[in-house]
Design a protein around this ligand. Structure first.
Ligand code: FPP
Length: 244
């Protein structure tokens, strides 16, 4: 049974939380296990984190599961991560749908097996009317790649230079229609954004915790949200507290 947390402390909630789930390999190494055991463990806590996200009232959650750079990892690890995504969809889709979670994918489906592409497309189609939580899975995703593809399509569409605005560029990104992330959480202590939502996260608050991803749970998410509630977001302007 999970501990009661004082939710009145969350005086300001992010609409959109994005997570760089890091540290699976180190979690496994610390236990003398293969890296894939760390990735598997990193799916177990994901269920708890998704539940807690809904419980705390966050409406958008985006998780970084496989980057365009992860293709450079050993083939065995890549295959394992693909299998994990397949298993997660097979195992969790029904419940996610029942719980009102809408699944989205950001990144390229090309490059994944046709079976996996089919599973992801099916999951998206099945859940598209749900609105309790929008869960975006960044898989085969990279921020620079996303911007490059957007520019390419803008040019292909014959958009005039004078018509190019920030809103137009945003509408060509994989995240079109999603609000920008307010809070980006990174586990395992690394102080980097690693090509994740580099356009959308321009003004996101960053929260880095030393906790390794498989150990990150409901209370850690609560701590991140509590910290966010203390942040003074200025978006390049002056603080409300300093005005007047
Ligand atoms: C980073 O840890 C993690 C990844 C590259 C994969 C993230 C995948 C999961 C958490 C599994 C859930 C996946 C899906 C598809 C829902 P790392 O391997 O870089 O860890 P290290 O820095 O300690 O080596």
């Amino acid at each position: 049974m999970s501990e009661p947390l004082n939710k009145s402390e969350l005086v300001k909630l992010p609409l959109h939380v994005a997570i760089i789930m890091d540290g699976n390999g180190r979690w496994a190494a610390a236990r003398g296990l293969p890296r894939l055991a760390g990735h598997r463990a990193g799916t177990e806590n994901l269920r708890e984190v998704i539940r807690a996200t809904v419980e705390f009232g966050v409406k958008y959650l985006t998780i970084y599961a496989f980057s365009t750079e992860n293709w450079g990892r050993p083939q065995e690890e890549i295959n394992g991560l693909m299998r994990i995504l397949e298993d997660v969809i097979d195992r969790e889709l029904e419940e996610l749908n029942r719980e009102g979670v809408q699944l989205r994918h950001i990144g390229h489906l090309e490059g994944l097996s046709s079976l996996l592409q089919e599973k992801v497309r099916h999951a998206i189609a099945l859940t598209k009317q749900n609105d309790r939580l929008v869960l975006s899975l960044a898989f085969n995703y990279g921020g620079r790649d996303e911007i490059t593809c957007a520019v390419r399509r803008i040019v292909e569409d014959g958009v005039k230079p004078s018509e190019i605005t920030q809103e137009l560029i945003a509408s060509y990104l994989f995240t079109s229609g999603l609000p920008d992330p307010d809070l980006i959480i990174r586990t395992s202590g690394e102080m980097r954004v690693s090509n994740f939502l580099i356009w959308q996260g321009a003004y996101a608050e960053l929260y880095v915790t030393d906790v390794l991803w498989p150990d990150f749970g409901r209370e850690d998410l609560f701590a991140a949200l509590k910290d966010y509630a203390t942040r003074d977001r200025r978006f390049g302007k002056l603080s409300d507290r300093r005005c007047g």
